[in-house]
Design a protein around this ligand. Sequence first.
Ligand SMILES: *Cc1c(COP(=O)(O)O)cnc(C)c1O
Length: 246
Amino acid sequence: MTTIAHQLCLVHDRIHAACRAAGRDPAGVRLLAVSKTFGADAVIEAIAAGQRAFGENYIAEGVEKIAELRRWQDAETARTGVAAPTLEWHCIGPIQSNKTRLVAENFDWVQSLDRLKIAERLSEQRPPDLPPLQVCLQVNIDGGANKSGLAPENALALAQQVARLPRLVLRGLMAIPEPSADFAAACAVHARTKALFDQLNASGLLPAPLDTLSMGMTGDLDAAVQAGSTMVRVGTAIFGGRGVKA
Ligand SMILES: *Cc1c(COP(=O)(O)O)cnc(C)c1O
């Protein structure tokens, strides 16, 4: 087994253990492999181990990797005569207005949406031959001053506006709280995002229920699963440390 395949197994074990502890079905927690700063070769190793959904923070890097993987998929399909696995690419980093077209044309999901203007541009620029872009609103749940994400009290209003955009499908919320000192503190902050998620679904003001609560990374995925996460975004525990860039 490659190291990445082995690490993926360990992460799945962690998710299963966290689900057991929380009395949850592991089928209710998806794993997003965060491949930022790692090359296409690392992604291909993860694909060989069964991983299909990947997250990228930096738009230019992500778009280049997606193109590389498309060439790899075409070559694999030609070589084996069997369709290469379909991948799902999630944009999880900040998006400037001048990058929306690249995102709309290349990604399947955007989890880092926190402004209407960006949402409108993504909807306008989503190519008609692609399925609608799946989106989550990023919420700044613990109020960090320099952090991306919208204030929790503004989430319902933006959710209603985004839900009306024709080429977006609103799927849920994403949050990146500061690392907590201990498990209980981490659970408490994730529970606030879960409460907001439940509140939006109970509002009766959205056209369809939200089904995705994206929270939990290498350091806090167990607490996030305890609090109700349906998607954990894991980089370091799968691909290794990233050095200084991120
Ligand atoms: C980098 C990143 C992750 C993964 O973090 P790890 O600690 O390496 O697991 C998850 N979510 C977002 C938004 C990130 O930027």
